[in-house]
Design a protein around this ligand. Structure first.
Ligand SMILES: [Zn+2]
Length: 319
């Protein structure tokens, strides 16, 4: 009998360096929610946030109504969640944080006031990062193990500051499809659990003038189609699936109903490792340390300043 011909499909791989997940799972799934609450309004409009009551109510829906619902639902399915919470929001909305802890979910670092780290000096970034460390430790009894920089505004100093403070993973960058390693100039490392814009709920659902973000609102069916097409491919490719959502956005009834259906679908398909970001990062770190997995390593920062070709004034900057 003639040898079957190799198909085009069998000659290439979507993900070349799949990570061996626990229990032989095809995909690791991280559900994450950034509980920004009203911090983003105060920082955008420090002088008159107090008079923007409607938007403040829109945002405070997160800790007040959505977080308990999210916890109830994910716990019912036995799926853990990682919540990224700014230090100020921990102090302002302690009940929401207590609810997260009660359910055994992870509480991670998300700046102090949702500030842009890449607009700070190194000293200021260090100060606010450390201050949030103390707040989270005081409220949760544990130092944060991971961070997502607010607005994903990872700075050129972040790698050094975060590794100096003992952070084990970051989830702000987008340089790969599966977790990889960030190496700072000092040689210290972080595990990067990459984000991916189609998996963020803002572009699908957020429409608010005070936040200067006006997207045409999608139905949960359309957004779920985007999320699940990512899942289907990642499951087949033995990849990684990470949802970056927000309680005030995705914690509303119709969207939560579709999230519940999504979890049911994933559980039906099987071979899925539902984990916190902390557990995912620990798993990757362990494989790397034991020499069982060779990750891609990104050395940061990519650049220190303006690139030399542009300093020569040889290339017109515009036009
Ligand atoms: Zn945020």
């Amino acid at each position: 009998m003639a040898k079957p011909k190799k198909t085009a499909r069998s000659k290439w791989k979507m993900i070349k360096n799949p990570i061996p997940w626990p229990g032989g799972a095809n995909v690791a799934v991280n559900y994450t929610f950034d509980m920004d609450a009203d911090s983003i309004l105060h920082i955008a409009h420090p002088d008159d946030a107090a008079t923007r009551v409607s938007t403040m109510s829109y945002l405070r829906y997160g800790p007040e109504v959505a977080v308990p619902r999210i916890c109830d639902m994910f716990e019912a399915y036995g799926v853990p969640v990682t919540f990224f919470v700014p230090g100020w929001c921990v102090e302002e909305h302690p009940k929401a944080v207590e609810r997260m802890l009660k359910g055994g979910h992870e509480v991670a670092h998300h700046g102090y006031m949702h500030e842009l780290a890449n607009l700070s000096t190194r000293d200021r970034e260090y100060y606010w990062t450390q201050r949030t460390f103390e707040v989270i430790e005081r409220f949760t009894g544990q130092k944060p193990r991971g961070i997502r920089q607010p607005w994903a505004a990872y700075s050129k100093h972040s790698s050094e500051i975060l590794t100096e403070l003992g952070i084990q993973y970051d989830s702000s960058l987008l340089a790969d499809d599966v977790p990889y390693i960030i190496r700072a100039r000092s040689g210290r490392e972080l595990v990067e659990l990459p984000i991916n814009w189609p998996m963020d709920d803002w572009p699908h659902y957020v429409h608010n003038a005070d936040l200067d973000y006006l997207m045409p609102i999608k139905s949960p069916r359309e957004a779920t189609e985007v999320y699940m097409s990512e899942f289907d491919v990642m499951w087949k490719a033995k990849g990684y699936w990470e949802a970056c959502w927000h309680p005030f956005v995705s914690g509303r009834p119709a969207r939560m109903e579709y999230i519940a259906q999504m979890i049911e679908e994933m559980q039906k398909i099987g071979k899925v490792w539902f984990c916190t970001m902390e557990d995912c990062a620990k798993h990757v770190r362990k494989l790397v340390d034991q020499g069982k997995y060779k990750p891609r390593v990104d050395k940061l920062p990519y650049k220190e300043a303006r690139i030399s070709q542009l300093a020569e004034d040889a290339i017109p900057l515009r036009g």
